[in-house]
Design a protein around this ligand. Structure first.
Ligand code: HEM
Ligand code: HEM
Length: 194
């Protein structure tokens, strides 16, 4: 398997970023929704610290993924995939990236505007990215929550689209993003050429 993506396959680096970010988002969603209902105390504080440190880690991974994307290529879509579907795929990926930035950055702004510290797994102290302000904290928290729910909806549509490719159209769009090597058992009825 190649490090870089080719016309037909995602490379190891693109796949690793994709699945690390996906795992991170699923974990952060679970931790975030759970921690806000925990009773006040040390246990809640520790879970908040974990959520915040993991959140900035996912932000860093998204930024690195975007940087890598500048030097990497995007595999071709099946030759007979309708143009509107290709457009929808590009638009939904752009929206996913926008939300993958908006959710952690708004969380960080909320944290800074509330005057809370941001230790990264006890190893270093990250700086505030906004001044302390009650009104800004309020807006940033709303953005964090709304952007998260929009992200959740877009991810559901994204997964449905991937499964549709695999099981209905039986093309390689999902198979080539899977973390393991795949044998092209999936038929290429839709073609897979440039
Ligand atoms: C992509 C990464 C992230 C995801 C998916 C995420 C998701 C969530 C979710 C689902 C909640 C619960 C919202 C609610 O029901 O009220 C939440 C709350 C919270 N998040 Fe994040 N978060 C992310 C990154 C961050 C970052 C980077 C920070 C700060 C540096 C952060 C700080 C917070 C805080 C402080 C709360 C609690 C707000 C409250 O007490 O009401 N989050 N997050
Ligand atoms: C939180 C979860 C997820 C996020 C945030 C996410 C995000 C993304 C993004 C941003 C891309 C575009 C890659 C690029 O062009 O740079 C992508 C591609 C892709 N994702 Fe996900 N993904 C998630 C979960 C999943 C899951 C669970 C599946 C499988 C069921 C999946 C299947 C795919 C496939 C097949 C592609 C390649 C699509 C193509 O060739 O255009 N993703 N994902």
């Amino acid at each position: 398997m190649n490090w870089r993506s080719t016309a037909h396959h995602w490379g190891i680096i693109a796949k690793t970023f994709h699945w690390l970010v996906a795992l991170g988002i699923f974990a952060l969603a679970g931790i975030g929704l759970y921690m806000v209902d925990m009773p006040l105390g040390m246990a809640q504080l520790k879970v908040y610290l974990l959520h915040k440190a993991l959140g900035v880690t996912v932000l860093a991974l998204v930024l690195l993924r975007l940087l890598w994307r500048l030097f990497d290529r995007h595999p071709h879509y099946p030759a007979d995939m309708p143009r509107w579907q290709v457009g929808a795929a590009h638009a939904s990926h752009a929206l996913l990236y926008l939300l993958l930035l908006a959710v952690p950055i708004s969380g960080w702004v909320y944290n800074s505007a509330s005057g809370f510290p941001l230790p990264w797994f006890g190893l270093l102290q990250l700086p505030a990215i906004a001044p302390v302000s009650k009104s800004l904290a309020h807006v940033a928290l709303s953005v964090h929550e709304i952007a998260f729910w929009v992200l959740a909806v877009v991810v559901v549509l994204h997964v449905m689209a991937a499964l549709d490719h695999h099981f209905r159209h039986r093309d390689t769009v999902l198979a080539r993003m899977l973390p393991w090597r795949y044998r092209s058992r999936v038929s290429n009825t839709r073609g897979d050429t440039p």
